[in-house]
Design a binder for this molecule. Structure first.
Ligand code: PMP
Length: 372
């Protein structure tokens, strides 16, 4: 296991080797059932136990309050960009009315896409945007233009491409809004605790920090169920999904199983607080090195730097290919930046050990020296 390279992919991303080994050992015969998890009925007692264990472990890990429901859906973050307004756009204007006002805070590519998609379902108002500053910081919540009677306020708490993270969620009530906060936490779910008193709904694709692609996690406060527009597909109606315990349609059973193994692994790591402390240490190691180097640069404001996705650029872009080739040879995979921004990106999710970040820093230092 220790011989595996370090994988810095932004997603689908590294999964703890212990989890993959356990899944391999259980592949043909899960717990003496004679079946692979892939072959089980989602309504049988075997999968029922896998599902319930995953729900209970996640609730414990993230300290999800009793008045929130945990839903296992499909479609990823991009589908949620439509599913959220399909369920909530009519919250203040009344079920069936549509046309509600929705506030969006734009801090990078992902929240920009969210706002664009929501325009199909009502009036989107951009409460604040970091675009003029090149998405290098989160606009100060004190300056957000929040609407009276908004159906919800949406933000992306970790921008995977621009590497911008809210280290604290805004307190909308203190900002004069009584709308629920909707959070896309796709790329840092389970990397730190969540202050649920500030959240109405959080969603994310599993393929970065929770498990394989195909599973979408939605955690929603109960009073936000039951507001869907009539055109909302039944399989995407949060109330219908909640009433059927995520079994209205066949859920992504194998992805739920792997995510469940990841949740057990997180518990063995000491839980979310312990994992967060490790994530802080990993991020500090990498950012401190970048800030101290002559070759590498990260432009994000220090207070808003993502602990999960670290984009960086070589001051001499002509050396990008040599950097990536050398990294691969050194067992450091998938460091190429997103095509929309270029450069490099190291995604250092929960499954990346400190040793992996140290190996990256060592490589970056050597590369800088040899090419000077
Ligand atoms: N939101 C964020 C923050 C993301 O990082 C991504 C994927 N990179 C998405 C949404 C889109 O997710 P999906 O591809 O699962 O639809």
């Amino acid at each position: 296991l220790s011989a595996r390279p370090y994988n810095f992919s932004a997603g689908p991303a590294a999964i703890p080797a212990e989890v993959l080994s356990q899944a391999a050992a259980e592949m043909l015969d899960w717990h003496g059932s004679g079946m692979s998890v892939m072959e089980m009925s989602h309504r049988g007692k075997e999968f029922d136990s896998i599902h319930n264990q995953a729900l209970a472990d996640l609730r414990e890990l993230l300290a999800v309050p009793a008045n929130f429901r945990i839903l296992f859906m499909q479609g990823g973050g991009l589908a949620e960009n439509a599913i959220v307004p399909l369920n909530l756009a009519g919250r203040t204007s009344g079920v069936g009315q549509g046309g509600g006002v929705m506030d969006y805070v734009v801090t990078g590519s992902w929240s920009q896409k969210s706002a664009k998609e929501a325009r199909r379902y009502g009036e989107v108002r951009v409460a604040a945007s970091g675009e003029t500053e090149g998405f290098t910081r989160v606009p100060d919540p004190a300056g957000w233009q929040l609407s009276a009677k908004a159906s919800y306020v949406h933000l992306c708490s970790n921008e995977t491409i621009h590497g911008v993270e809210y280290h604290q969620l805004p307190d909308l009530k203190a900002l004069g809004s009584d709308a629920p906060l909707v959070v896309d936490f796709s790329s840092h779910a389970a990397s730190r605790p969540v202050d649920w008193s500030r959240v109405g709904l959080a969603y994310g694709g599993a393929q970065k920090n929770l498990g394989p692609a195909g599973l979408t996690l939605v955690i929603v406060r109960e009073d936000l169920l039951g507001h869907a527009l009539p055109v909302c597909p039944s399989a995407f109606n949060y109330q219908t999904v909640a009433e059927n315990n995520s079994m209205f349609n066949t859920p992504p059973t194998y992805a739920i199983y792997i995510a469940g193994l990841v949740f057990q692994w997180l518990k063995k790591q000491g839980g979310i607080q312990a994992v967060e402390a490790r994530n802080i240490a990993k991020a500090r190691l990498l950012y401190d090195f970048i800030d101290g180097s002559q070759l590498y640069v990260n432009k994000v404001a220090k207070d808003n730097r993502s602990r999960m996705n670290v984009p960086f650029f070589l001051r001499d872009e002509a050396r990008n290919t040599a950097f990536l080739d050398g990294a691969k040879a050194a067992g450091l995979l998938q460091l190429k930046g997103h095509k929309s921004v270029g450069g490099m990106r190291a995604s250092i999710y929960n499954a990346m050990p400190l040793k992996g970040v140290q190996a990256l820093v060592d490589y970056m230092r050597d590369f800088e020296k040899t090419q000077a």
